[in-house]
Design a protein around this ligand. Structure first.
Ligand code: BGC
Length: 732
């Protein structure tokens, strides 16, 4: 043995010792907390323990005052810290210190395809939650985008389980590093708002495990999320919030979740099930607002007096209660009983910068004929800005994700800030009426007058920028109701056609969290998907329109040409929205682009699609080998060349498909991606790793994952519909 190898062995030994002592220290810390929890439990009365398992107000649970055990304070979520709500009802408490930074909606975050930004989002949001003295932040949401009519898609991370998994983990880690628990929601299968309180979802195990659960699993296992929210709907005949299969078998046994399950507000329905099927904290039952009201309502909660009685007469074992209290105390040691947590901060420039960066990076350029965008800010031109969404606040409305933003720069304001040399004209064009929860209040403004005024402005302008789409009103991208139609409402299509008659230089900025029907696509010069962007909306949009930021966002869901091209809708009413009692996910695993690809139904815009002001070439992509074993890494590498005139970023997407499978398969599925910034004329190398185990399918015959042997195809491209290279590999 030579001297060197001896030396290395010594270093290795030292390193192992260090790791071991670190692991030991962590284990000891964990044990000491678990021991503390046991000793606290031994001091608590039955009544005190039961009280900890349910709300004392709209957004808090009681502590144990005689022992100094704190209350738990929660807040929505997921795009900022919601304004303070009254103790007993859904009204705002009118505090004057609760205005915050509004971050972009989660569809926008997903569209960045940039997990690093998700971490920044989580850290900043967690700091704001901490400053507002919140222990649990009710987000993120990762329900899969199944239908473009779902009113809450804007709060989620799109149609692909892999993308959502990669984006959700850093968000959670970022929030929780502030000593604030993230609460991933809504577990599970809450994929529509219509009949959400009772609709029973029937879905195969395969679709459940392959499509609807992976992002939750990543949140629990990789993100180590400290709390999780049940959903309103039922799954296989039982409410999801206390569902034996979801909560006990999958979450707490298979995934070994050690955190707290919180009900959605009013989603608990039965004491025995709540006690035995995994619910730890019951919130929102029987108070004013979303659910019906009872006097002294908190005592009547399923996990309050009825639970206490069953414990007292030994119908339910105290172990069941102790498990819940142990989880709740564990959450407290991670949050409000952690003496080392930071103090938080909010409304600072750094948070606004993060919000603006994410907003700009998530904007998706979908059409750009003759380089309509970017529009040079130094030009002395006349721009007609038309459309309600250029001025409507989008942090207001939408349901529980509504925010009290300290500032919100509208698109019109953002353009005025940026285009100092231009003459900017503004016309509302159409009006949707004020935002109200659960009901539509029609506008009283004369629609014809608005239209005529807008057309007159458009006829005088060099360029028309139309800001339309959906908004946060009921049935327009809002909790508690689905959209009623796939097309745009309030006469927007007709208005656009009129504008196009007087000016053919029209660019459309689509503000929405959902796909919409776009019949005028061929007639407009450009189209940008701009989501709901929060405090910095207008600045971020102006950054991209002006070219200060080169767009690099990619769609996190497909835009079908017509509603029936969407998988869930193509199977008729029983598939969506169901018969009001049951619904059947008949498209099974073929959700989103999986459906479009496999059934050869071209979408209008594909998953992963999004243009740049520069051009890229993906070149020399290859796999490191041709054959792989189980649990082996496949390395896919190649170059991204910026062939255009300005710096930009591209997202390399790797999809995998199985040829000749013994089970039905999607043509291809996203298994890896990487966003890379490339200077003009430059080349950057990219390496994407995929574990062969991640190519497994969920085999219902063995109730487990199964990695089929044989040939697979690897597809590399920059959108689901733009694959630039394909390779065959084999799994031995
Ligand atoms: C929503 C949740 C939200 C809760 C508290 C419910 O109606 O579904 O997402 O966190 O209210 O506001």
């Amino acid at each position: 043995m030579n001297k060197n190898s001896h030396y290395y062995k010594l270093i290795l030994l030292l390193f192992c010792c260090l790791c071991f002592s670190n692991m030991k220290a962590q284990k000891t810390k964990k044990n000491s907390i678990e021991n503390k929890i046991d000793s606290i439990i031994s001091l608590l009365t039955l009544e005190e323990k039961v009280a900890m398992c349910h709300a004392q107000s709209k957004f808090s649970t009681p502590g144990v005052d005689r022992l100094g055990i704190p209350e738990i304070w929660m807040s929505d979520g997921p795009h900022g810290v919601r304004g303070e709500i009254n103790w007993d009802d859904w009204g705002y408490a009118n505090w004057t210190n609760d205005s915050i930074t509004a971050f972009p909606a989660l569809t926008c975050l997903a569209a960045t395809f940039n997990p690093k930004l998700s971490k920044e989002y989580g850290i900043s949001l967690g700091e704001e939650a901490r400053y507002r003295k919140k222990d649990v932040l009710l987000g993120p949401g990762v329900n899969i985008y199944r239908t473009p009519l779902n009113g809450r898609n804007f709060e989620y991370m799109g149609e692909d389980p892999y993308l959502a998994s990669k984006m959700v983990v850093p968000y959670i880690q970022g929030v929780q590093q502030n000593g604030v628990a993230a609460c991933v929601k809504h577990f599970a299968l809450n994929n529509q708002e219509l009949w959400r309180n009772h609709i029973n979802v029937e879905v195969s195990d395969r679709a459940l495990y392959e499509i609807y659960l992976p992002a939750f699993k990543a949140a629990v296992i990789e993100g180590k999320v400290w709390s999780l929210m049940g959903a309103y709907n039922q799954f296989r005949g039982q409410h999801t919030t206390h569902n034996q299969i979801l909560m006990n078998t999958i979450l707490k046994e298979d995934w070994a979740f050690d955190g707290v399950v919180i009900s959605d507000w009013g989603s608990a329905h039965n004491t025995n099930e709540a006690a035995l099927n995994g619910l730890d904290i019951e919130m929102g039952t029987g108070t004013d607002g979303l659910t019906t009201s009872t006097k002294n309502t908190y005592d009547y909660y399923y996990l309050a007096n009825p639970f206490l009685e069953k414990l007292k007469n030994n119908e339910l074992s105290e172990d069941v209660l102790n498990d819940k209290v142990r989880r709740i105390l564990r959450l407290m040691f991670r949050t409000n009983m952690n003496p080392n947590r930071s103090f938080g901060r909010m409304n600072n420039q750094e948070h606004l910068d993060v919000a603006r960066k994410i907003a700009a990076e998530g904007i998706v350029l979908l059409k750009n004929e003759n380089s309509f965008f970017p529009i040079n800010p130094s030009k002395k031109i006349t721009i007609a800005v038309i459309g309600e969404n250029a001025t409507k606040s989008m942090t207001v409305g939408g349901g529980s994700s509504e925010l009290k933003a300290k500032n919100e720069i509208s698109p019109l304001q953002g353009l005025k800030n940026k285009y100092k040399n231009a003459t900017i004209l503004y016309g509302l064009g159409y009006a949707s009426g004020p935002s109200a929860y659960g009901r539509v209040i029609p506008s009283t403004i004369d629609a014809d007058k608005l239209k005529n005024e807008a057309v007159a402005l458009a006829s005088k302008a060099d360029i028309v920028l139309f800001f339309g789409g959906l908004n946060k009103n009921h049935q327009q991208d809002c909790e508690g109701g689905d959209r009623q139609e796939f097309e745009l409402s309030f006469g927007q299509n007709e208005l656009l056609n009129e504008l196009l008659k007087v000016n053919n230089n029209v660019g459309v900025l689509l503000v929405s969290g959902n796909a919409v029907e776009i019949p005028w696509l061929d007639n407009v010069k450009a189209l940008m998907q701009t989501w709901y962007l929060g405090s910095e909306t207008g600045n971020a949009i102006a950054d991209v329109i002006s070219g200060d930021v080169n767009p690099s966002g990619k769609l996190p869901f497909s835009f079908p040409k017509k509603l029936n091209d969407n998988a869930a809708h193509s199977f008729g009413k029983l598939s969506y929205p169901g018969d009001s009692i049951n619904q059947y996910y008949k498209e099974d695993i073929l959700v989103g682009y999986r459906w479009h690809d496999t059934k050869k139904i071209k979408p209008l815009f594909a998953f992963g699609e999004g243009k740049s002001y520069t051009t890229f070439k993906l070149s020399d992509f290859k796999t490191d080998k041709k054959e792989y074993a189980q649990n082996e890494m496949i390395t896919i590498s190649g170059n991204v060349i910026n062939t255009g005139e300005i710096d930009g970023a591209e997202v390399v997407q790797v999809y995998v498909g199985k040829s000749k499978s013994k089970v039905k398969r999607a043509l291809k599925e996203l298994k890896g991606f990487q966003k890379v910034t490339v200077l003009k004329g430059g080349t950057e190398s990219v390496e994407i790793l995929i574990n062969t185990n991640d190519l497994s399918f969920y085999d219902e015959t063995i109730s487990d994952w199964n990695l089929e042997k044989g040939a697979y195809i690897i597809y590399v491209g920059n959108a689901a519909n733009n694959i630039t290279s394909k390779f065959k590999i084999a799994i031995k």
